[in-house]
Design a protein around this ligand. Sequence first.
Ligand code: NDP
Ligand code: GDR
Length: 373
Amino acid sequence: MTKKALITGITGQDGSYLAEFLLEKGYEVHGIKRRASSFNTQRVDHIYQDPHVENQKFVLHYGDLTDSSNLTRILQEVQPDEVYNLGAQSHVAVSFESPEYTADVDAMGTLRLLEAIRLLGLEQKTRFYQASTSELYGLVQETPQKETTPFYPRSPYAAAKLYAYWITVNYREAYGMYACNGILFNHESPRRGETFVTRKITRGLANIAQGVENCLFMGNMNALRDWGHAKDYVRMQWMMLQQDEPDDFVIATGVQFSVREFIEWSAGELGIALRFEGSGVEEIGVVEAIDGNSAPALSAGDVIVRVDPRYFRPAEVETLLGDPTKAKEKLGWVPEITVREMCAEMVREDLKAAKRHALLKSHGLDLPVSVES
Ligand code: NDP
Ligand code: GDR
């Protein structure tokens, strides 16, 4: 029997990788996409299947985590074996600007899905994965963070995800549902949204190297994160739902680096040696040397990184470092892609786009670059 999966957030970074992964495993994959005024399916266009063909294995449904009636209808129609709740307003900084919306989608949206599964009588059939987050640890109470480390959320996003975490545990305990939390630390890829820090850096520096942008404006470069590759992390989401008993797992690499280091690596991939000078809001990144023609738009001495306090958060999560021992021991999961390999891949992909942009520019076809991050 073909297994059916329903993914909320299928148009996002993780949703797109998970959909690919499940299709390869032979699943029929259903996804919920939001109605938007322009196309928002770029990350899944390569696996799109024409609804007119028979035996369609990839099906998109319009829906929204703020709308119980459509979640219930889709669940009833699909009768999924597995639900992956990846949909969220996932940007921490934006959650300070839209706290109520973030709570509605990230906290209440999770409740709506769980309750719809229960009311439809699917609670013994449908396994549920909740995209929980290392942001739950916020102001960290213990290092490294593991499944038993106390939570201390530091943003409306994290507070909403805290509710989602506990309501998932509650539906497991109260109704015997197979429901799991993956407490995932930061994971990135060339498909990462352009306003998250790693992608902002790889895209910004690639554009600067090609003369499409002038300067990268950053927030807190001292922040420390435990970064992995999204491909490794979606494999783990699936593994969690294949166990005999539901459980919660921390997924991380167990090593951490600063945002500044990620900038240095990305610059290095572009053949640029960067020197940081000054401190606080005065800190700048200066080009020290350049390898060959790899960054044709730059000269030694150019200032290409500056701090802009608008990117500071009202309350910051300074440091996160995960301990994935439980996932390694119970599930046999180990990440396969290192953070440096991931950084190189992201730079390579962003450089292709930057070169296309520079070529158009050289022919007088200058396109606007969206730099709002
Ligand atoms: P993205 O921001 O790339 O994707 C989020 C997805 O949610 C998009 O498909 C988005 O749709 C969809 N979405 C947003 N609002 C709604 C809504 N109201 N109703 C339905 N769908 C909605 O996130 P990631 O792929 O990076 O992350 C996946 C999940 O994992 C999220 O829940 C995130 O909070 C969580 N997480 C992520 C981590 C990471 O490092 N990436 C770490 C830990 C947890 P659209 O494309 O239309 O915007
Ligand atoms: P995070 O990721 O908040 O950890 O949430 P993000 O990449 O946005 O920030 C990481 C750290 O970098 C610092 N930073 C900046 N961040 C952004 N976005 N832009 C900047 O210019 C900048 N300068 C410095 C931030 O202050 C922060 O300390 C991500 C999301 O995917 C969440 O959904 C997920 O739950 C967590 O990871 C785990």
